[in-house]
Write a protein that binds this ligand. Sequence first.
Ligand SMILES: [Zn+2]
Length: 155
Amino acid sequence: MIGKIPEEGLMIRPIRDGTVIDHIPPGEAFHVLRILGITGTTSECLSVATNVESKVSGCKDIVKISNRELKKEEVDRIALIAPKATINIIRNFRVADKLSVHIPKRLTGVIKCPNPGCISNSDEPIPSKFKVENGTLRCHYCDNVITRDIVSYII
Ligand SMILES: [Zn+2]
């Protein structure tokens, strides 16, 4: 695929430079944006397509972010909610790099600890830290474990 224009990408306007996140489970596109810290108030130029027909999985979401190349660390966060996502880095309308996501071993400053007494929720400037184990997240400070609904704890 490298160097070729992805045909499925034609559903929404091709971008010149940036990142295309493909094969997101249907309905998860906005959670992907949240986990990347992209909100309506940030300056990225976005195209979001939801429930796009896919030959592989039936239905999927696609997110295109212009003029921004996602870093490996950012890409891996997506694995928590979209483990089959593929990332295409686009330069001059061509796929310059193709990455897949890998569930990270540690997450820092991404997920809020549900324990209100946790030191990461105090007034101290301590970022949250989680260890990822078999799809669950364990707080580095208080051992609190998040087993489901990870999306709702994204900072
Ligand atoms: Zn904690």
